[in-house]
Design a protein around this ligand. Structure first.
Ligand SMILES: N[C@@H](CCC(=O)N[C@@H](CS)C(=O)NCC(=O)O)C(=O)O
Length: 376
């Protein structure tokens, strides 16, 4: 039997970048196919349930849809190679996984869709060639692009808020750049789960579309190098002359990384708070059955949550998926001793992130047969 996995993914897709990077870094052999292949519709979709990428088919024919589930599959099978051992690093790694997959959609969508003079031809190429050459291909491309064109807006970037979203992104980029002056990865000398979460918005959109890629190259060379590095199997850190091979010892979380979280907390915390309140009201009014899907396709949502960020009012989709991943951070915290919990509270308190330990949905989300569903 072939040992090659098949990753249904596309170069320009945000979530694909996370699973692809994990496979590359962990030297798991794979080939990548777009969903335009007949096999996706016929063999994969019935088991994957939703037409989202990434979706993985293992050599044994198992279908795993969702980037977090793909990574979890290999983590469980291989003794959790990318999860730090210490509680502080574990929490920070899991938190970057949530922020990467869910907390940077505003800049990712803004810098892709709101600079058409630089980006549009490049993006159209990718949407077009993700499909086979059929008579409807051009028309379908336009339809797919139109569906995503307003993504920035539904994630909260409007004419009124775009300047603030850019300012915040640049502050984050500068802080991350300063961190990568110290280390090639978030927690030291090799990537952890958090690196894979963070690469999702930082590769296909912010590190590859022409406008934001140039911005990153010119303003944050170290971040650009990390994006390259995350797509290579080796450590790729020739600029570090003292490089180690592992995560930092003694459960250390570098101050430079806390500075990144401090910037990110400014919108991640109020958005999470507002989204939880909105979804909890929705849960109370709608009382979904146990087993009903809680998460759909990209931009599927039950409504918009409103919050204030640096004096601007933002309306953004309230997405249950954020809480599915946040549950994992909270589960790690719940499993710690009182002394360890106190250390985490101090750590997160120092970067404005304390509340992420307590903001919860009233119903838990679990995975059943490739879907995230509401628990009883
Ligand atoms: N939670 C999923 C989200 C996957 C997702 O939404 N992928 C996008 C591409 S980046 C997609 O497939 N969109 C197609 C659609 O929603 O129709 C994951 O992390 O893998």
């Amino acid at each position: 039997m072939s040992q090659i996995h098949t990753l249904y993914a596309i170069t320009h897709s945000l979530y694909s970048g996370r699973a692809r990077s994990y496979l590359i870094k962990n030297q798991i052999p794979f080939r990548e196919l777009s969903t335009g292949h007949e096999s996706f519709k016929v063999e994969v979709l019935p088991k994957g349930k939703l037409a989202t990428i990434p979706t993985l088919v293992t050599p044994a024919g198992e279908v795993i849809r969702d980037g977090a589930a793909i990574i979890e599959h290999f983590e469980v099978a291989n003794g959790r190679p990318c999860q730090p051992a210490g509680p502080r690093q574990q929490i920070i790694s899991a938190l970057f996984d949530v922020i990467g997959t869910d907390g940077l959609l505003r800049p990712a969508m803004h810098y892709r869709w709101n600079f058409p003079e630089d980006n549009l031809d490049f993006i159209r190429y990718h949407f077009l060639y993700s499909q086979r050459d059929t008579p409807q291909r051009e028309e379908k491309t336009e339809a797919m692009m139109n569906r995503m064109r307003h993504a920035g807006m539904i994630f909260g970037v409007t004419e009124q808020t775009s300047e603030m979203a850019e300012t915040l992104y640049l502050e984050y980029l500068d802080a991350l750049n300063a961190h990568f002056e110290q280390y090639p990865y978030l927690l030291g000398w090799r990537p952890c789960i958090g690196d894979f979460g963070l690469i999702a918005p930082m590769y296909a959109h912010l590190g590859r579309d022409p406008h934001p890629a140039r911005l990153m190259q010119q303003r944050a060379t170290r971040v650009y190098r990390w994006v390259e590095r995350m797509n290579r199997a080796d450590q790729d850190a020739p600029e570090f002359f003292n490089a180690g091979t592992d995560l930092l010892p003694d459960d250390e979380v570098p101050e430079t990384l806390l500075a990144v979280l401090r910037v990110l907390s400014e919108d991640f915390v109020p958005e999470t708070r507002a989204a939880a309140a909105f979804i909890n009201t929705w849960l109370d009014e709608n009382k979904p059955e146990a087993g009903e899907p809680a998460v759909g396709r990209l931009a599927h949502s039950i409504g918009m949550a409103e919050f204030t960020l640096r004096g601007e009012t933002i309306n953004a989709l309230a997405q249950p998926h954020r809480f599915y991943l946040l549950q994992r951070v909270q589960a790690i915290y719940a499993g710690l001793s009182p002394v360890e919990q106190a250390s985490i509270e101090q750590l997160l308190g120092g970067c404005g992130m304390s509340e992420i330990l307590t903001i919860k949905l009233d119903r838990e989300i679990v995975r059943e047969e490739n879907l995230e569903v509401w628990r009883a």
